[in-house]
Ligand binder design. Structure first.
Ligand SMILES: [Cu+2]
Length: 368
């Protein structure tokens, strides 16, 4: 008996792990309540239907000498089993529809963020501010390849999370640059497909400051599991300070970029920065050793382009290649980063061309 009582809280907490989470927004709570209401209705129907079935099978079993009745078609029963399910369905549709309508109502939002998925990262752009950035997986490669122990937020951590204010209605415009992705934050009950060529809308209002994590929820290719979503909800004053700071940082970075155009980096600087950029942006496809994956992602070791074609090399990194998985990196990397990564690819893994590419060289290929 004692063991049974002691086991009860355990059972209760274990059960909650299997249930939908309640989330942190009004909508997510409504979704949860709806889920529970309909779950209970299903349970009651299950008990009544299976109860009646098993009870009559047992009660009218052959061994007791029961004879089957011979009547068929009973108007009253037929009407009852049409009307009762109809009423149950209407009863379920009313709260479900009102919740769905509330989820779709993106009017009167305070903040708008354009969310763009691409293989395999998210990009955020704030509509009312000059702030935009990519959000990339931050879990170290060594954890993925089991060379390091996995961290607490394994595959659910990014370098630059989305930041939103608490207590304000945030509208998300969701789209994609390549294949279909899906932007999903369970705690907000927001899950919307990111389709290329379309813009889907969703919204949330978070009351509690905190860090909320989600994932891409539409199988989008090889690294689908490596494009998590992290959202930080901050108090409005903190959010305002953050966004102003970001605006300044991004404006200064652009000015700095122009200033640096006239400056050359040394081979060591190019190679060091280039390796970092390569591992962050290129290695997912072309692999850390530059060999690519035969038949899927081309090798960068000893190829004609890498050995002899500097313009072609810069161009493909800056502008991508239509119809392939090779993205245009002009908006994702700075001129210096592109110069460094091209230099790195031309000199790593035994390519050893000795070529150095500078930011000014790359600038000619941007905005062509
Ligand atoms: Cu995806």
């Amino acid at each position: 008996m004692t063991a049974l009582v002691a086991g009860l809280p355990l059972a209760a907490s274990a059960q909650s792990q299997f249930n939908l989470t309640q989330g942190v927004t009004d909508i997510s709570n409504r979704v949860y309540d709806l889920h529970m209401t309909i779950f209970y209705i299903c349970c009651i129907i299950g008990v009544i239907v299976f109860g009646a079935m098993f009870w009559s099978m047992f009660r009218h079993r052959k061994s007791k000498g029961r004879k089957p009745a011979t009547f068929h078609e009973n108007v009253k029963v037929e009407i009852a089993w049409t009307i009762v399910p109809f009423l149950i369905l209407v009863g379920m549709a009313i709260p479900a529809t009102s919740t769905l309508i509330a989820m779709e109502d993106v009017s009167e939002s305070d903040v708008t963020v354009l969310v763009t998925g691409s293989q395999w990262k998210w990009h955020y752009r704030y509509f009312d501010h000059d702030v935009e950035y990519f959000s990339l997986l931050a879990t170290p490669r060594d954890q993925i390849t089991n060379r390091l122990d996995k961290g607490e937020n394994y595959l659910l951590e990014v370098d630059r999370p989305l930041v939103i204010p608490t207590g304000q209605k945030v509208r998300f415009l969701i789209t994609s640059d390549d294949v279909i992705h899906s932007w999903w934050v369970p705690a907000f009950a927001v899950k919307k497909d990111a389709n290329p060529g379309f813009i889907n809308e969703a919204w949330t209002r978070v009351d509690e400051p905190g860090i909320y994590r989600g994932q891409c929820a539409e199988l989008c290719g090889k690294d689908h599991g490596y494009m998590p979503v992290v959202v930080i909800a901050k108090e409005p004053a903190e959010y305002e300070a953050w966004i102003t700071e970001q605006e300044t940082i991004q404006r200064e970075a652009k000015e700095e970029e122009q200033r640096l155009l006239s400056m050359s980096m040394s081979m060591d600087e190019l190679m060091e920065l280039g390796e970092r950029v390569y591992l962050g942006s290129c290695a997912a496809c072309h692999q850390a050793n530059g060999q690519g994956i035969p038949g899927v992602f081309p090798s960068l070791v000893g190829t004609e382009m890498v050995k002899n074609d500097i313009p072609g090399h810069i161009d493909i990194v800056v502008n991508g290649k239509n119809g392939t998985a090779m993205q245009a990196f002009a908006n994702q990397l700075s001129l210096r980063e592109i110069a460094a990564v091209v230099t790195y690819e031309r000199n790593a893994w035994g390519n050893d061309t000795g070529d150095m590419v500078q930011a000014a060289d790359v600038n000619e290929y941007v905005n062509q």
